[in-house]
Ligand binder design. Sequence first.
Ligand code: ZN
Length: 205
Amino acid sequence: MSSSFARAGRVLLLAGLLVSLGTPSRVHAEVPLVWSRAQDGTFSVLTASPGDASHLYQIFEILQRARRELSDRWQLELPMGIAVLIHPDLASYTASTAAPWYVAGVADRAEEQIDIQRIRILIERNTLEKTLRHELFHLAQPDDWPRWRAEGSAMRFAGEIPSAAPYLQLTEAELEAMLAAPSSRDQLARANATAYWWVVRERVP
Ligand SMILES: [Zn+2]
């Protein structure tokens, strides 16, 4: 999905909603984070806790498999040097992305960077691989795609099937506006669902 949560005015693209995330954790930003970087030549994965770093093998496996599939099946190439930030808490994620707590991840195409939420929660919800694949798709998508095509295609690539009801009578301009600036979590979920089904049905509005 695409949205306009501002980070220095850049356009950000958001991963699937954490529909069952629960209450946001208390904000506590007093202690500065120390980030560790692991690299494989294409991806740099930054973690800020030993617990998160213990998932590095799994994360690189997901990233490299997704990169191969994007190239082989979609003929889409990722840039080199993508940074993937695994945030240890909500305060860090929010400070970096300005995204609301219920958004699982954010892709910044200008910076070639992905930010994702606390890995423990993503694993509990079985959305770690989906979130990483969704955001990688946004870094590889063609520049000239409308938001709805990018969002629906990112969801398909990630294997995300929306549970929200799509809007049945929207114009393309209306859907684009909703995806760019959703007024609520529910509207964003339904706009994403609409984009997904438009892509699946190859609808041209
Ligand atoms: Zn997205």
